[in-house]
Design a binder for this molecule. Sequence first.
Ligand SMILES: Nc1ncnc2c1ncn2[C@@H]1O[C@H](COP(=O)(O)OP(=O)(O)OP(=O)(O)O)[C@@H](O)[C@H]1O
Ligand SMILES: [Mg+2]
Length: 322
Amino acid sequence: MGLFDFLFGKGSAQSKDKSKTGKQPTSTMSSSAAVTTSPMAKMNPKKLNVAKRFELSGRTGQGSMSKVYRAYDRELGRHVCLKILDKEKTKRFEARFVGLKKPSEGEICMSLRHDNIVRSYEFGYTTEGEPYLIMEWVEGLGLNYLIETRSPQLTGHRINYLGQLCDAVQYLHDNKWLHRDLCPRNVMINQEGVLKLIDFGLTLPYTPPFCAAGNRTGTPDILAPEIIRRKATDHRVDLFALGITAYEVFTGQLPWERSVSSEETFHRRLNTPPKTAKELNPDIDDELSEILYRAIANDPADRFPSAKAFKEALLQLEKQDY
Ligand SMILES: Nc1ncnc2c1ncn2[C@@H]1O[C@H](COP(=O)(O)OP(=O)(O)OP(=O)(O)O)[C@@H](O)[C@H]1O
Ligand SMILES: [Mg+2]
């Protein structure tokens, strides 16, 4: 099942079970909505005529929610990344949060300023009514590609890359956002070895209404047990996803085998212990294997409390040259 089917298939609606909102998460979550406290970037009021403004030099990605192009921007005078969101899918996703004043992907992206987060320049609507986003063009490769091809580019740099990813995630949490889709596919490494987190299509304000029970939106591989169980969430859902991503970086595999059915995948995750990283890759020593195991603990209280703490644990390992 693809991400889109999962997103909009039955059982993934926001807060179906409103009576069981559960205890609200603590820690870094603020009590007031980020959307109302921080000024959001303004969208371009003019409709974008794609053909007039851009020379499209190739389609880079077919995301589940968008088309992504490398393009020459005649207005900015440089190559950029143009992401054009699917009108209907975006509308259906945003409809889940009606009344909660959820900022759009464009607004969220424009508010983020971090070396390990892709830089956004502009957002708005095309003349066709599709939401668009103009970003820096990241010259590099997806972390998923590096993992799948067992790229030598990873050798000796795994802790460094994950540390950079932790910095991006810590920044998001400090600024009251939940990424909600941390996976190798949404991470790129540029030619200078700088990691860039991309794709804020599922990002939510880290505030009580968006953490209420019931929102199972996301990529099945990385959904935390509390999301699967439709419990209230907090920043530790991102820490779980970060842990799964780290498993993939160090072992090339998932801690629980993927099944063709999401429900079977979820049943496995809730009812069977994960493989240790050492079982998946004998080159991994006990210390690292234990850190990775803790990162994906079933109970959020047993995980690392923050992305910063996870990074520190990795940096304290005796062996650093993974
Ligand atoms: N700024 C960028 N520079 C270069 N390539 C990019 C950039 N942003 C996205 N891409 C490429 O386009 C692909 C799809 O982008 P993105 O993940 O933002 O779209 P999406 O529709 O939300 O994807 P999905 O839902 O499948 O994760 C990425 O995996 C990456 O290969
Ligand atoms: Mg993506």
